[in-house]
Design a protein around this ligand. Structure first.
Ligand SMILES: C[S@@+](CC[C@H](N)C(=O)[O-])C[C@H]1O[C@@H](n2cnc3c(N)ncnc32)[C@H](O)[C@@H]1O
Length: 293
């Protein structure tokens, strides 16, 4: 999208549109989130940073630009995620294409990636990494971007998700070996230095805690697990990691905040050592690491 062009026929004051956003959306999202949506949209569509409106309060847009912003407003009213409206999101300082087939990468997952990067900061070894349930490819792509000597494989059961992951890897010129597989039926003989996963972990009983824009627009297959078997993906992953990691290899998992103790016990049961549970920025038990003895 082009920058604002003052030569275009000028029709609407941008600050007035901001007021319309607040009038229409504050009840649904709250004032602060609506402001953040508005600034994200003007940056995405018009390449305008938020401070520009503060220093140029009389900034205007033309009819065509107005259409973009009002279409976005209509979609926000239907609780479509802002990332789906723009078709992109930021993760680890990179832009990732997203759509209805992939989970929108979350800040908690960035923390998991940063944990791995911190642990291996001083490693020269060309590490072999596997990402299980890759979605948009945000984990493997950002790992390779920051550790270019690593060889990363990543899989997902969803071909639609793999398509997006592949596109994201091409955009960032990153080599990742993506393939389709079911994490409940893993049978690879390859050995890895690191296995990482953010599998589905939200129990049906926790649906009430989840916002409509997530439930209605993000893939259920990426989110939910049955109440009676909430650790089914973790059991498969931990079992696989116990046999497929090199000795001293590390398993990193994003987990359900309510199941930290159970997850620690699971890793212990499969012989992992130095098990460490970490909280996310919101203070919830969210990440777990274990080292293969
Ligand atoms: C919570 S999302 C994580 C996506 C991405 N790794 C991230 O952190 O944003 C879980 C992913 O697991 C995939 N998935 C669900 N069931 C699977 C299965 N049985 N085998 C492999 N992948 C599966 C989903 O398609 C989804 O992409």
């Amino acid at each position: 999208m082009s920058c604002l062009d003052v030569k275009n026929i000028v029709v609407v004051l941008l600050k007035e549109i901001k007021n319309i956003f607040h009038a229409e959306l504050d009840v649904l999202y709250g004032k602060e989130e609506v402001s953040s949506f508005f600034y994200l949209l003007i940056e995405h569509y018009f390449d305008l940073e938020r401070f520009v409106l503060a220093i140029q309060p009389e900034l205007v847009i033309d009819k065509e630009q107005e259409t973009f912003i009002f279409n976005a407003l209509s979609e926000l009213k239907l609780e479509k995620p802002i990332q789906h409206i723009m078709g992109t999101t930021h993760f680890m300082e990179l832009d990732f294409k997203v759509n209805k087939h992939v989970l929108i990468p979350r800040p908690e997952t960035e923390e998991l990636v940063r944990w791995i990067l911190d642990d291996y900061e001083h490693t020269d070894k060309a590490l072999k990494i596997l990402d299980i349930g890759t979605g948009s490819g945000c984990i493997p792509i950002s790992l390779v971007k920051n550790m270019p000597t690593t060889k990363v494989q990543a899989f997902d059961i969803s071909l639609n998700a793999l398509e997006i992951a592949h596109e994201n890897a091409v955009t960032h010129d990153i080599a990742v070996d993506f393939f389709q597989a079911d994490m409940l039926k893993m049978d690879r003989e390859i050995k890895y230095d690191i296995i990482v996963s953010n599998p589905p972990y939200v129990r049906e009983l926790e649906k009430a805690e989840i916002r409509n824009n997530v439930i209605d627009h993000e893939p259920g297959i990426a989110l939910f697990v049955p109440d009676e078997d909430p650790l089914k993906f973790y059991v498969a992953i931990v079992k696989f990691a116990a046999k497929s990691l090199h000795t001293e290899g590390c398993l990193y998992l994003e987990i359900n905040q309510y199941l930290g103790i159970e997850m620690k016990m699971l890793l212990k049961e499969y012989g992992f050592e130095s098990i460490e549970l970490r909280k996310d920025i919101y203070g919830n038990d969210r990440m777990l690491k274990g080292i293969k003895a």
